[in-house]
Design a protein around this ligand. Structure first.
Ligand code: ATP
Ligand code: MG
Length: 574
């Protein structure tokens, strides 16, 4: 490709709206352009990189027996009603209406559609297991689209679905997928870790997310030296306990004028945040409940939803709190709340003489004791695990890191096949629901994650496996026929050897060309300069390290081919 004839609009300045390196660099290096909130055009370089990711994904899916199909973006509402997700999915599901007033979903994921295909076409256990996948545009009306294509409303995803006669067969495919994902992200040049996760709206119980390590990642992972790693949505840790060796003291009501927050109340009373018992009133699917947790811990609403088996969960508003507790927001407590279902986090076990709200304005109780002043029957792990909690497997302290989720794999079981009556006949001629798995990878998000991990102050530094081009040829002065000719020759010969080459044939100042070269980050650059031409050499520069190799002109093609191929073979997984 010749730069002068290509479409590669780079930006000199950092775009103001970009908060992360990948977002900034994808705009500056001309990979993407925003059309609307969370909706992006993929320009040629961005498209080439995402096609590279797609091809790696395709090869690895095919390798484990996946079969590629393409399902429609539009799927009829009736299918989503069958599974129940028309209502459950909420506002993230984009819905459209046709001229006959029929509703459709713009597919955010395709469990319903693929289950419909399979229930109509697959009858016998002999046809199982079956793995179908597609690479396609997905739509999700995200609450907060951000970071460019990392959290977009329209994006490219690979989604695979597997169908099995039993759990054992599903487990085998799940393990194969886990390995395939490991190969895919390794080939994309990423540093990542698989972690245990929550299954969210998709359903099922066993699930792993593949997380690319990144400070700017939206996901938090808690990990232990023993190998345990889980997202903060689901991570379990043993909360360090404070077991004050105190006798129960008499309950006392104290004035706390205007003191609402944990910090305000505890510092006013000369106590520590962990000595306070927080009471939060929620509405779960229309029912009010109270959740009790130690003052220094936060409620994990995902765990809470799971415990309650709730679809909608929201905090009660001030008026509702007043009605239920008799006191204003900020002064709730469990004493006297007999009518309300109370759930307590395990952090409260063993606590004595706690501070709680008194359910009236400007008042708290001190020396509140469980069993004496109030009762709770339901104790669960309801808190967000945090740095320093102890690993439930080995007892060592958990550490926190941040990451970008690039893929997730799920064991779905029979959730969809049962709801949608998708069955096959076993050896005995008996009908059974398919046992299913599903497996996603964000293609465009993976490109962004790779940039997030591979960049420096000058720009992108592509891993070879997904680089839009492998080699950039840069003649410093195209008005010099000798330089121009040398560059042209190297370009066409490398091209003939199957390398992906971009020739910067623009009549621009060398300084600008070098800046752009660093910005777009092609892994290898061959500089054809005037000084070198006099000595009969060209320079091969590695973007990642800045390392330069001077090569005699006649050997340039051989050497560059060998170096690039070596780098590529090191990036493939055997
Ligand atoms: P997240 O928690 O980040 O919203 P998710 O759990 O909803 O992701 P899945 O339903 O598992 O995502 O989708 C599979 C993959 O699709 C994700 O691992 C991610 O790489 C990608 N993906 C999901 N949502 C988006 C989005 N809004 N923009 C870009 N890629 C996305
Ligand atoms: Mg999501």
């Amino acid at each position: 490709m010749r730069w002068s004839r290509y479409f590669l609009p780079t930006l000199k300045e950092d775009p103001a709206e970009a908060e992360t390196a990948s977002h900034r660099l994808m705009l500056r290096a001309g990979l993407i352009r925003k059309l609307s909130s969370g909706i992006y055009n993929l320009l040629p370089l961005g498209l080439r990189a995402s096609r590279k990711v797609e091809n790696i994904v395709r090869e690895e899916m095919n390798r484990i027996g996946g079969i590629e199909i393409l399902m429609p973006v539009l799927s009829p509402a009736e299918l989503w009603m069958e599974s129940g997700r028309w209502h459950v999915y909420g506002k993230e599901l984009m819905r459209v209406r046709d001229r006959h007033d029929r509703f459709f979903a713009l597919g955010p994921t395709h469990e319903e559609v693929v289950t419909d295909i399979v229930r109509k076409e697959v009858r016998s256990y002999r046809q199982l297991p079956l793995i179908l996948y597609q690479i396609q545009t997905k739509f999700r009306d995200e609450l907060r689209p951000r970071f460019g294509v990392v959290r977009a409303r329209e994006f490219i995803m690979k989604d695979a679905y597997s169908f099995h006669r039993d759990e054992k067969s599903l487990a085998e495919t799940y393990d194969k997928m886990y390995e395939a994902y490991t190969r895919i992200f390794t080939r994309c040049g990423l540093k990542f870790g698989p972690v245990e996760a929550d299954s969210g709206a998709i359903g099922g119980d066993v699930t792993h997310e593949f997380m690319v390590f990144a400070e700017t990642g939206e996901s938090q992972v808690l990990a232990c030296e023993c190998g345990y790693a889980a997202t903060s949505d689901t991570a379990e840790g043993k909360v360090p306990q404070y077991r004050p060796d105190e006798k129960q003291k008499p309950l006392e009501k104290v004035a706390t004028p205007g003191m609402k927050t944990v910090e305000e109340v505890t510092s006013y009373l000369g106590k520590q945040p962990w000595q306070l018992l927080k009471t939060i009133i929620y509405n779960a699917d229309g029912q009010f409940i109270g959740v009790l947790i130690r003052g220094d811990r936060q409620i994990n609403e995902i765990k809470l939803k799971r415990v309650l088996n709730a679809v909608e969960l929201r905090m009660a508003d001030a008026a509702e709190i007043e009605k239920i507790t008799g006191g204003p927001l900020g002064f709730s407590g469990p004493v006297g709340l007999e009518g309300l279902r109370l759930l307590a986090d395990r952090s409260l076990e063993g606590m004595v003489n706690m501070v709680t709200g008194a359910n009236e304005v400007d008042a708290h109780y001190v020396n509140v004791n469980l069993g004496r002043d109030f009762t709770v029957k339901e104790f669960y792990d309801l808190s967000i695990a945090s740095e320093g909690d102890l690993c439930t497997r080995c007892g060592r302290p958990l550490r926190v890191w941040r990451g970008i989720e690039v893929g997730q794999i799920f064991k779905l079981g029979t959730k969809y096949s049962q709801a949608m009556k998708a069955t096959f006949l076993d050896e005995d001629g008996k009908e059974n629901p398919f046992v299913m798995g599903c497996y996603g990878i964000g293609i465009t998000r993976t490109v962004a994650a790779a940039i997030e991990q591979n960049n420096d102050t000058d720009g992108i530094s592509w891993p070879i496996g997904i680089a839009p081009f492998e080699v950039l040829i840069l003649p410093t002065n195209v008005t010099n026929p000798e330089l121009s000719q040398t560059a042209e020759n190297i370009y066409s010969e490398l091209h003939a050897r199957g390398l992906e080459v971009l020739l910067d044939d623009r009549d621009e100042r060398p300084g600008n060309k070098f800046k752009d070269a660093d910005l777009i980050g092609i892994p290898f650059r061959v500089t054809v300069g005037e000084k070198g031409a006099r000595e009969g050499i060209v320079e091969l520069r590695r973007r990642k390290t800045g390392e330069i190799q001077r090569i005699p002109k006649q050997e340039a093609v051989e050497t560059v081919t060998a170096v690039v191929n070596k780098e590529k073979s090191e990036a493939t997984v055997s």
